[in-house]
Design a protein around this ligand. Structure first.
Ligand code: ADP
Ligand code: MG
Length: 701
């Protein structure tokens, strides 16, 4: 029995120090474990031969990544000079001809193959100058090709490796050599789990994934390897969350007192929704449990999270503690500050705002009031977690739109008081369940799943440039009724100049089209003071139209705004579109979101936009986004996303396996929390080996 991580690929025949270094640099392969977990990206049926005449026509026709052809070289010619020097073989299989090209090892290859002899070529056909060609194919004798039947994997490679003569076949040969050396591998999954789910052993699975005898066998191998990957991901997360649950004491908020009750009975302008009430109960119980709260509050845009946050902060104050609320931008922090003040001013809560642009005098006053305890709630940006900000007794930290806060910032909060404060993270990005289980496996989740009553669902329409005049006429009607409108342009870094120009042109066009209305204008490159001024124009109703880039994406609350026009909507992701759409529909009026797009868009893009027109449910949108783009792209998970590279499992599509892995991890840890039973020895060892390679998960919450 061998452990794959203990064996260096230098032990393999043909891998000297230079090659080993090349593999390390290019593919991160150092040990047998790395090599055997470098899986084929796809498979080709080696029993099938293609005819050159049958290669499909057209550049984007469906063609397997690699095919097998049997035939003979007619001629070889050397073409080009210096770096462009190449060997071109004319190859025919009797149905048609193609060119076979080598850019490297020209002389050696010219000597190795003879015109007129039969060969089997394996490679990727490409149409070049209206002719089929194949670059650097694998070349076999027919006898050897026949010997390798079944499915053959194609391995991911880099250009550098290819230039050094490494082919998919090279990797396959190394893999085969490693597999024949290590016929019995130590399995990191507990035997009970392997048998319970009828999984392949590690040895079986690795043999099968590199050399599957059938599609079924390949599928079983993939299942086993995905399971293992997700099992260790869950184990990592669960181990920390269990430590946190058992170990980290939290302040106890035992009572609901005067601030909360007074607010509830005199300041609340409306009835709380049932969802809000339930969530407040959950949070209250959690803050009185004796352990530190780490909770994610999910709720669609406009579902009333801010109010929930305020009421939770009042509980903290009732218990003699302070609270803080952090937002990702100055605009948002300011808006929260104003909202909280207007809601809670009447009950005598002391609230202050601290941002990067707070003046020194005000800053000093805030520091003093925090330390003597007279300041109850501090609202701010990242400025709040700077080292010189010291609370007398911070009991609750609320973080709005957490995806703008990195892991490290959240960790810094812990240093703000002796007993770590309760943490409530609010997000409007609805995170699908499978992803939440993985990314936030150690956070408890509360969901506000209902919008306040009386909101009319936003009508979302897809319109093309040719319909612009109609769109503007409809906008004119809304403006005439006294409503306000957002017009949003994409601003993407790579193309900044062009984007800025289209934004400015859009601004001019709008001013020309609606000369009797005031138009505000914001983009990310403006000075903060100018930006605030423009936003304020719109928020106060002095400006009727706001032309903006995505700076308005999060949190801005202008209930009178009823129209959101998104230009070049095809360039936005679904979750981002949903966030933008959430800026309207906050008042009692019917609101509209118009997605403007080029007429010619890819099918996929069109489907994406149609999801927006067909639903206003953030969870449906997020699920679709996850399916279409993969979890790595899902907005809001970029920073807080899993700090893991998954090799084979896919968070978007392997939800069921995630669930199985999670259940079995739960069962194991219930029974053996330290993984100290002999049957978990190898599991514990693998977990340690993985942790050494990854960032510290405990920093996440
Ligand atoms: P979120 O932060 O979840 O996007 P907000 O807290 O900004 O949502 O709330 C959106 C709007 O809905 C605010 O104007 C708020 O005053 C209002 N609101 C919140 N809760 C209720 C409720 N229970 N009934 C009516 N309106 C509410
Ligand atoms: Mg909000």
């Amino acid at each position: 029995m061998r452990r794959l991580r203990d064996l260096n690929i230098m032990y393999l025949k043909g891998v000297g120090p230079a090659r080993a270094e090349l593999f390390r640099k290019e593919l991160g392969i150092v040990t047998y474990h790395d090599l055997l977990h470098h899986f084929p990206s796809h498979y080709v049926d080696r029993s099938r031969f293609y005819r050159i005449a049958d290669f499909p026509d057209g550049a984007d026709a469906e063609m397997p990544a690699a095919v097998q052809v049997r035939g003979r070289f007619v001629t070889f010619t050397t073409q080009g000079e210096g770096a462009k020097r190449r060997l071109v073989g004319l190859f025919t299989d009797g149905t048609a001809t193609m060119e076979v090209v080598w850019f490297q090892r020209v002389n050696a290859i010219r000597d190795a193959y003879r015109p007129g002899t039969e060969y089997v070529l394996f490679g990727r056909p490409q149409m070049f100058n209206r002719r089929w060609s194949m670059v650097h194919p694998e070349v076999d004798s027919p006898a050897k090709a026949e010997a390798s039947t079944g499915m053959r994997g194609t391995y991911p490679l880099t250009d550098k490796l290819r230039n050094r003569g490494v082919t998919s076949r090279t990797i396959f040969n190394l893999v085969t050599a490693a597999l024949s050396q290590v016929t019995e591998m130590v399995d990191p999954l507990p035997p009970s789990v392997v048998s319970r789910y009828n999984l392949m052993s590690l040895t079986e699975a690795l043999n099968a994934i590199h050399n599957p005898r059938s599609a079924e066998e390949l599928q079983r191998a993939r299942l086993r390897l995905k399971f293992e990957e997700l099992f260790f991901l869950q184990l990592n997360i669960q181990r920390y969350s269990r430590t946190r649950r058992n170990g980290i004491a939290g302040v106890r908020f035992t009572r609901v007192g005067q601030f909360f009750n007074m607010f509830y009975s005199t300041c609340l302008p409306f009835e709380l929704t049932d969802a809000q009430k339930r969530v407040i109960r959950e949070i209250r119980a959690d803050m009185n449990s004796g352990r530190q709260m780490n909770r994610l509050l999910q709720g669609d845009v406009g579902s009333g999270k801010t109010l929930v946050a305020l009421m939770c902060m009042l509980i903290a104050i009732d218990n003699g503690y302070q609270a803080c609320l952090m937002a990702p931008t100055e605009i948002l922090a300011t808006q929260h500050y104003e909202t909280l003040r207007s809601m809670a001013a009447a009950i005598g809560v002391n609230i202050r705002l601290l941002t990067g642009s707070t003046r020194k005098k005000e800053r000093d006053a805030i520091h003093a009031a925090l330390e003597d305890g007279s300041l109850h709630i501090l609202v701010g940006t990242h400025a709040v977690i700077e080292d010189n900000v010291r609370f007398r007794s911070l009991g609750l930290a609320v973080i709005d739109e957490q995806h703008r806060f990195g892991v490290v910032q959240r960790a810094r909060l812990w240093k703000k008081s002796e007993i770590p404060p309760h943490v409530l993270v609010m997000t409007a990005t609805p995170i699908p369940r499978t992803l939440a289980m993985t990314v936030y496996g150690d956070l408890d989740v509360s969901v506000i799943d209902r919008l306040p009553p009386g909101r009319k669902p936003i009508t979302t329409l897809l319109r093309f440039d040719a319909q612009r005049q109609q769109v503007y006429r409809a906008l004119g009607k809304q403006l005439a009724m006294g409503r306000q409108a957002y017009i949003v342009y994409p601003l993407i870094e790579e193309n900044e100049k062009l984007d800025l120009r289209s934004l400015e042109e859009g601004y001019d066009l709008i001013r020309d089209t609606f000369p009797s209305y005031r138009v505000a204008f914001v983009h990310g490159k403006m000075k903060p003071s100018e930006k605030d001024f423009q936003m304020q124009l719109f928020a106060s109703g002095q400006a009727h139209i706001l032309v903006a880039t995505t700076v308005i994406e999060v949190g801005v609350n202008v209930p009178n705004a009823s129209v959101m026009i998104i230009e070049n909507a095809e360039r936005f992701g679904l979750s981002q579109l949903h966030q933008l759409r959430g800026r309207v529909g906050r008042g009692a009026d019917q609101s509209y979101c118009i997605l403007m797009s080029k007429y010619k868009i890819a099918k996929e893009t069109r489907r994406r936009l149609e999801i927006m027109t067909s639903t206003t449910d953030g969870f449906v949108v997020a699920e679709a986004d996850l399916k279409m783009r993969g979890p790595g792209d899902l907005e809001g998970t970029l920073q807080s996303g899993i700090p893991f590279d998954l090799h084979i499992a896919n968070l978007a599509t392997d939800g069921q396996i995630i669930q199985l892995a999670r259940d079995s991890v739960d069962a194991i840890l219930d029974d053996d929390p330290d993984l100290s039973h002999p049957e978990h020895k190898e599991t514990e060892r693998e977990l340690k080996a993985q942790s050494a390679l990854r960032i510290d998960f405990s920093l996440i919450s």
